[in-house]
Structures are given as C-alpha cells and as structure tokens.
Write a protein that binds this ligand. Structure first.
Ligand SMILES: NC(=O)C1=CN([C@@H]2O[C@H](COP(=O)(O)OP(=O)(O)OC[C@H]3O[C@@H](n4cnc5c(N)ncnc54)[C@H](O)[C@@H]3O)[C@@H](O)[C@H]2O)C=CC1
Ligand SMILES: CC(C)CC(=O)C(=O)O
Ligand SMILES: [Mg+2]
Length: 359
C-alpha cells in the first residue's frame, strides 16, 4: 500500500516540533512496517522567502500527489509588512481552499495527568472529550468582496463578507452529524442567527438535515453563549459544529481546558477523507528557537493522520498511548508544567515519546 506523506514544517516553532514528530513517526514506521515515504515542501513565510510567494505551485502538486499532509504552523512578525496577498496566512488559506479541506476536526480531550494544568477546576474538566467541527474553507475568512477602500469623505473603511451557501453548510453538517453518530449522539450547532443572515441559513439547513440522523440530538447555541458555556460547563458538549471564524476562536479557548494550546491536534479533511494534519496553534514566534515548544499537539495530529488517512490504527493507538506514558512519567514542557512534575524541552519531550514507543 502506498503511503506518501508530505511534511510542511513552516515557520517559527514549526521546524522544532516537526523534528520531534518525525522522530516519533520514524519509530512507528519501522515498528509497524508502515512503509511511509516522506517528502517535504514549503508553505507560508519560509516559502515566501525562498520563492517570492507563500503557496508555491510545487507545494500544491506535491500535496495532491500525497496520501496525507503533516503540517506544523506558519506566520510571524517577520512577514507583517509584506502586503495582504503575500502574507504567510494567505498562503495557508489558499492551500486549504485549493485542496478543498473544508472539514476541520478539533478534538479537545483532557489527559487525566494534566488535570492540574487545565484552566478550569479538575471536577469541571475531568473526563473532558469534545469534538469541535469547524468549517474551514468558507465564511468570513474567504468571503468576497473584501478589502480596504476609501470612502467619499476621504476616510478608509475595511470590510469583509460573511457568507455560506447551502452546499457548504450541508457538507460540514454531514461531517458533524456523522461524527456525532459515532460518538455520544449529541450535536450542538453554534451560530449567531440572532444577528447574521448567513447563520440564519446555517441553522435552517442544520434543522433540515436533522431528520436524516434520528440517532443524533441536535441543539443550537449562539456563539457568545457557547464561549461562556465552554468555560462554565464544557462537558455538556459532545460534538460542536460551527463556521470558520467561530470555530477558530472557540477551539483555542477549548485548548486551555486540556491544559494548553500545545495539546490540541486537528485534522482538516476533504470529501474523500484526504487530510492535512496540524496542531491548532500557530507558529509561536515568542518562543521560537528556544526549545520551549510543546510538540505533543503535532505528535497527536500525526496519530490522527495514521488513524484517518493511512489506515494504521494500531500505530495511532500506540502513539497516543506513548503520549500518555510520558505524561505518566511526569515530563512536561513549560506550557503544561505544574508543581511536582519535571520540566523538559521540546527535544527531550520528542525523545521521550519515541522511547516510550520502543519500550
Ligand atoms: N495554523 C497556523 O499556521 C496558524 C498560524 N498562526 C500564526 O502564528 C503566528 C503567531 O500567532 P499567535 O496569535 O501568537 O498564536 P500562537 O498559537 O502561535 O501562540 C499563542 C500563544 O501560545 C503559545 N504556544 C503556541 N503553541 C505552543 C506550543 N506548541 N507549545 C507551547 N506554547 C505554545 C505561544 O508561545 C503564544 O504565547 C501569527 O503569525 C499567526 O497568524 C496562528 C494560528 C494558526
Ligand atoms: C491563518 C489562520 C486562520 C490560522 C488559524 O488561526 C487556524 O487555522 O486556527
Ligand atoms: Mg487559530
């Protein structure tokens, strides 16, 4: 079976956490005889520096020729002034869109060993296991028209367009309903339909779809309340489905329930299940190059890749167990450190996960 993985290490802490994730993948590749072939490509700031654009054609064609993509993160202050169309973030959005990676699964699971690191009290988060399904290639991050224009009175105005069509809503809805069927049978659709027309349609379509999934209990919540409920009583949620921007924001908040943004993996999937696997966090320029980054979100993203795109479930289980083992050993990067545990750097954390896999 062909297993070609394209690795994109990106900017900031990206190369550091990619090195650790490759260590882990190299061990499972050998131990489970997976035959994964790795290739590399540029995206974001690194691509802009090397080629003059943030998403080179070569990166897209390599991605189209791969079974899965493993991506770290892009961006940073170095590229703040390059212009809107050349920004690393623009390259990432173009890449997700070109590959039609519309469904972003962001599981927020609390490892019991990290109960002390969560922003909430242990009794509020213990056993937390929620899945945020974020629409990834539409909504206000992509809507046209957009821009900054000069008005008749001479002042400038920035504007964006929030829109979703029925096809976009139905395909993310189907992914979320199906996920809820496989989990606890509860789906909460998060919108702002008291104000935004695009989400009035969103809610209407979710309601229309519900009878096709009689085993799923559909509810709706406004996004402001959802943000509050997420930090008040997060275990009320099973699967949450929401648009691009709301999902971006709510999943960063959910990360803190699991101890750190450095613990939240994700899968961005197309309609055939081909995926790009990436931590939910960004390039963390404030700690880049210091050996402080937590590589576990990317390592757990690699486990999702093994499970969903490479048909290597036993290897995925082994990686997730190895992460639990190093947490049991008390090893912590700074973002998840608490008293009585052992502070380690990025590379020691990667080494420990790789060693746990060999044990
Ligand atoms: N998918 C991607 O490539 C994303 C890229 N970005 C870009 O990343 C750059 C920085 O954005 P920020 O808003 O600062 O978000 P960020 O997620 O990079 O960092 C936010 C905070 O979390 C910490 N952090 C993030 N990942 C960590 C890890 N693995 N271990 C330990 N601490 C970690 C950082 O040190 C920082 O204090 C920007 O250029 C932004 O556009 C932001 C989010 C996602
Ligand atoms: C460029 C941003 C939309 C990336 C981001 O924050 C994310 O995907 O979580
Ligand atoms: Mg984000």
């Amino acid at each position: 079976m062909s297993r070609k993985v394209l690795v994109i290490s990106g900017d900031g802490i990206g190369p550091e956490i990619t090195t650790e994730t490759r260590k882990v993948l190299d061990v499972v590749n050998a131990r489970f005889d997976l035959g994964i072939e790795f290739d590399e490509a540029l995206l974001g700031g690194a691509a802009l520096d090397a080629t003059g654009i943030p998403m080179p054609d070569e990166t897209l064609s390599k991605a189209q020729d791969s079974d899965a993509i493993l991506f770290a993160a892009i961006g940073g202050p170095k590229w703040d002034d390059v212009g809107r169309d050349l920004r690393p973030e623009k390259g990432l959005l173009q890449f997700r869109s070109a590959l039609e990676l519309f469904g972003n699964l962001r599981p927020a699971i609390l490892y019991p060993q990290l109960a002390d690191a969560s922003s909430l009290k242990p009794e509020v988060v213990s056993g937390l296991d929620i899945l945020i399904v974020r629409e990834l290639t539409g909504g206000i991050y992509f809507g046209e028209p957009r821009g900054i224009r000069t008005l008749e009175n001479g002042e400038r105005e920035g504007y964006n367009t929030y829109k979703y069509n029925e096809t976009e809503i139905r395909r993310i809805g189907a992914m979320a309903f199906e996920a809820a069927q496989k989990r606890g049978g509860k789906l909460c659709s998060v919108d702002k339909s008291n104000v935004l027309e695009a989400t009035i349609l969103w809610r209407e379509i979710m309601e229309q779809m519900a009878p096709d999934y009689p085993d799923v209990e559909l509810s709706h919540m406004y996004v402001d309340n959802a943000a509050m409920q997420l930090v008040r009583a997060p275990k009320q949620f099973d699967v949450v489905v929401t648009g691009n921007m709301f999902g971006d924001i709510l999943s960063d908040a959910a990360a803190m329930l699991t101890g750190s943004i450095g613990m939240l993996p994700s899968a961005a999937l197309d309609k055939n299940g081909r995926g790009m696997y990436e931590p939910c966090h960004g390039s963390a320029p404030d700690i880049a190059g210091e050996g402080k980054a937590n590589p576990l979100a990317m390592i757990l993203s690699a486990a999702m890749m093994l499970r969903y795109s490479l048909d290597a479930v036993a290897a995925a289980d082994a990686v997730e167990k190895a992460v639990g083992d190093v947490l049991d050993q008390g090893l912590r990067t700074g973002d998840i450190y608490s008293e009585g545990t052992q502070l380690v750097n990025t590379s020691a954390m990667g080494d420990a996960v790789a060693a746990a896999l060999q044990a």
